[in-house]
Design a protein. Structure first.
Length: 181
């Protein structure tokens, strides 16, 4: 496993950002919401310098909140690990997974994602098809090593509630894959 190279996620998955990841310094956690008009998955990013909202299909940054209210700036200040939505999701609360706890979905429509750390603290993210376990079946056919967090700390890995977005968040960046139209 230690020498297994990172491979692109298989079809129908495609990377959202052209540069593979988008930098987010001081990333604390992420959460998912649904755009009320387009139905796209949205990713809310909570960092030490505010909150950001990305369209998980296009990668577009939809909104940025530089100075959230102090009581809402971090999910650990909420009993249910949520932060208030803003921009197109104003008036909702978004569950955040990351440094303070919480979690994202590990399976979605026959797919499974797992973070392992055979060389802790460096995490690897494995994606497997047909809901199977990584390491079963041929590499690159039934499972893929899609991400290696060797330069920053892993914060959250998982699927959106719709199952159409896969996210990997580290302390320094966000990587997204989508199978949405």
């Amino acid at each position: 496993m230690l020498d297994t190279p990172v491979l692109p996620a298989p079809a129908p998955w495609r990377e959202v950002f052209e540069t593979t990841l988008t930098p987010v310094g001081g990333l604390l956690g992420i959460g998912f919401a649904t755009h009320p008009e387009t139905g796209h998955d949205l990713v809310m990013v909570v960092s030490t310098s505010g909150h950001g909202l990305f369209d998980a299909v296009t990668g577009e940054k939809l909104d940025r909140l530089y100075d959230p209210e102090p009581e809402d700036s971090h999910p650990d200040e909420s009993p249910d690990l949520t932060c208030p939505g803003f921009g197109p999701i104003a008036g909702t609360r978004v569950h955040i997974a990351g440094l303070f706890g919480g979690g994202l979905h590990a399976t979605a429509d026959g797919w499974r994602v797992e973070a392992i750390s055979p060389e802790w603290p460096h995490h690897r993210v494995l994606l497997s098809a047909d809901g199977g376990q990584p390491h079963r079946g041929p590499y690159g056919e039934g499972w893929w090593h899609v991400f290696h967090a060797h330069y920053s700390e892993l914060r959250a890995v998982g699927f959106s509630p719709s199952g159409r977005t896969l996210a990997v968040a580290t302390s320094s960046d966000l990587t997204l894959w989508t199978c949405q139209d």
